[in-house]
Design a protein. Structure first.
Length: 259
């Protein structure tokens, strides 16, 4: 059966996340409906990872497998013709039979956008924080994240992860105009982990938590940080890397904030 690797961008605002659900609108579900319309069969579609309700993707990766064979360019064009406007396939390439979007991924990167200024059109893509934030202190906090840590305090206990140990390869925070950008890279992430890290970083920026508090949260598996969960609106799955891929370059806002 032919298999294709898909690179997908989507605005997650209207969806209950990536993962297909019986009674909810999801990105995977919309992609499956579009593929069924085009191919006349129910294809196999597997994503590199699940994004939660309201979370966006700049470069989600999935594979699609079906009996029908189409040139990659034609498949991309015709899928985009029937997909909703807030889901767009950036690239389609023929994939080896053994390629697996999730298991073969070696690293994932997430980008979070905090806005320090109220914006009329940006609300679905940022977390607007009214308070003054100490960005340099937040940078120092972000620098503590790389390494192998137990992030059980930062995950939703309803998740299915067997181990809460995560090796963080990259953590970076920077100001870009009235945006504060946070990028984090790891081999995998726990459910709500990034949003809870951002929530704690913002509390540190507000002066309500300290750098020592962050260290204690990573050392204490019984700590509870759920009250500081950042909203999904500012979160983007930025990239999924496979063997030989390069990590994202300069830390910049999602493209529609660039000047």
């Amino acid at each position: 059966m032919p298999k294709w690797k898909l690179v997908i961008e989507y605005q997650g605002t209207r969806y209950r996340g990536w993962q297909e659900q019986a009674n909810a609108r999801t990105v995977q579900g919309e992609l499956r409906k579009a593929a069924e319309t085009l191919l006349g069969e129910r294809p196999e579609i597997v994503g590199a990872g699940r994004t939660d309700a309201g979370v966006h993707a700049l470069k989600q990766v999935a594979y699609l497998r079906a009996h029908d064979s189409l040139p990659a360019a034609k498949l991309r064009r015709e899928l985009n013709d029937v997909l909703p406007a807030d889901i767009n396939i950036l690239d389609v390439a023929e994939a080896p039979p053994r390629f697996h979007a999730r298991h073969d991924a070696v690293e994932r990167f997430y980008l979070y956008q905090v806005s320090t200024q109220r914006r009329a059109f940006a609300k679905p893509f940022v977390w607007w924080v009214k308070d003054s934030l100490a960005v340099e202190t937040m940078k120092a906090a972000a620098s503590l994240l790389p390494g192998r840590h137990d992030f059980s305090a930062f995950c939703d206990k309803g998740g299915t992860d067997v181990s809460t140990l995560v090796e963080v390869s990259h953590s970076e925070l920077a100001r870009h105009g009235d945006l504060i950008l946070f990028r984090i890279g790891a081999s995998h992430f726990l459910w709500k982990m990034v949003r809870r890290i951002v929530g704690v970083l913002v509390e540190i920026g507000r002066g309500n938590l300290s750098l020592n508090d962050l260290g204690e949260f990573m050392a204490d598996s019984t700590a509870q940080v759920a009250e500081w969960t950042a909203p999904p609106s500012g979160l983007f799955l930025e990239a999924v890397l496979y063997e030989g891929d390069k990590a994202p370059g300069e830390l910049l806002p999602a493209f529609f904030f660039r000047h």
